[in-house]
Design a protein around this ligand. Structure first.
Ligand SMILES: *Cc1c(COP(=O)(O)O)cnc(C)c1O
Length: 389
């Protein structure tokens, strides 16, 4: 390998440039880049792909998670200070949205899959608990089915933050049918990258109907629908909510439509890369441990997470060799905004100091993976004076 030119970043998004440009060109030629047109097509394709009954295209998953709480709060009459049980090991979007609505995030600890642990959810339920946020971290499904049952038993709403889960199947099907809302992200480094975008999929028709108004400032007919109304009243709408400007646009949907065609194929390559890592890293246990997939989980492999007691040193070593891993995530209870909950999730807080995500994207080659492995092995040999023969 030409060492001088080595540079292995964590993520590199890949686009079918000509196909994306052709889809975008259609929008530009038609003179329709906003909501409607491609967003409608993308929503249809998304329902077909996931098997979920409703899908609404929005500008980000953060907006989607916030909307999920908005709609469920409205429909179940939640009050200020009601509690949402959530994971500390996530991107802050998951938890910030709880605060947007004056609700209280209550952190439950994670399990060995790094997903929220149903046993700790159970311990943290109070009379004010209204819902659980489940994050399929890295594409893993963790104990999702247990959480579904627990939510049913305690009559709690379930929101699935599926930002990492585009393409994940559990026992052969897309998980989420059971959740009140599922939210996907098409942000630039996710498995189906656009530039920014997301999809919110409700289980109930009336929730889907409400969210479609909320994303367009509360108007009861969007511009695209009104443009296609026959007769003289194209301009007429009512405003039913103090809504937001959260809907997606046709340019992002155009990219999404192309990316969706390839996402399973792309994920197959991610799985191949993960398999290469997994095979080689077996010999480095217990110094380097791969976070396992849950039984029945066919992961999107958004992330390949390993754990190492000397994580920070390992990352420095890899950086010196032009390999740039990430950390997903630091426990949110370490952040100033969530410090009040520090100590409430010891397992997550421990993982927070040991996990790193190895480079995983469509442009990484077999040789790149072998190079990363070789560097991890050199680190381990030096650090633990281990003999791997
Ligand atoms: C990326 C991400 C989000 C937010 O997605 P955006 O589309 O960027 O708003 C939410 N949750 C998790 C777990 C994420 O990784």
């Amino acid at each position: 390998m030409d060492v001088i030119s080595v540079n292995i970043p964590l993520f590199v998004p890949t686009y079918r440039v000509e196909e994306c440009l052709a889809e975008i060109r259609e929008c530009l030629e038609k003179g329709w880049t906003g909501q409607g047109f491609k967003t409608v097509q993308f929503e249809q394709c998304w329902k077909a792909y996931t098997g979920l009954p409703y899908a609404h295209f929005i500008h980000s998953a953060t907006a989607g998670l916030s909307l999920a709480l908005d709609v469920l709060k409205m429909s179940h009459h939640w009050k200020k200070g009601d509690e949402i049980i959530t994971t500390p090991l996530t991107f802050v979007s998951t938890n910030h949205v709880i605060r947007y609505h004056g609700l209280k995030p209550v952190f439950a600890d994670v399990d060995s899959y790094l997903c929220i642990d149903p046993a700790d959810i159970e311990r943290k339920i109070t009379p004010r608990t209204k819902a659980v946020m489940f994050v399929g971290i890295g594409g893993n499904t963790g104990q999702y089915e247990h959480v579904v049952h627990l939510c049913r038993r305690h009559q709690l709403c379930l929101i699935l933050d599926a930002a990492h889960m585009t393409g994940t199947r559990l026992h052969g099907v897309v998980p989420g049918q059971e959740a009140d809302a599922v939210v996907y992200s098409f942000q630039a480094v996710k498995n189906l990258p656009t530039a920014d975008g997301g999809m919110i999929c409700f289980k109930e028709a009336d929730h889907d109907a409400v969210v479609r108004k909320l994303t367009g400032l509360g108007m009861n007919k969007d511009v695209y629908t009104r443009t296609h109304i026959d007769g003289p009243y194209k301009w007429l709408y009512d405003v039913e909510h103090i809504g937001y400007k959260y809907h997606g646009n046709s340019i992002m949907a155009a990219i999404g439509l192309v990316q969706l065609k390839y996402v399973d194929q792309d994920n197959a390559y991610r799985k191949q890369v993960a398999a290469w890592y997994e095979t080689e890293l077996k010999s480095l246990v217990p110094h380097i441990q791969v976070v396992p997939l849950a039984p029945g989980c066919d992961s999107s492999r958004h992330l390949f997470i390993v754990s190492c007691a000397d994580r920070d040193e390992l990352i420095l070593h890899l950086n010196e060799h032009h390999i740039f891993p990430g950390v997903h995530y630091r426990a949110n209870t370490h952040y100033r905004m969530y410090r009040h909950a520090k100590g409430s999730c010891p397992v997550a807080e421990q993982y927070s100091d040991t996990i790193l995500s190895l480079p995983l994207h469509l442009r990484i080659t077999y040789e790149d993976v072998q190079y990363v492995i070789r560097q991890i092995r050199l680190f381990a040999e030096y650090k633990y004076e281990a003999d791997w023969t």
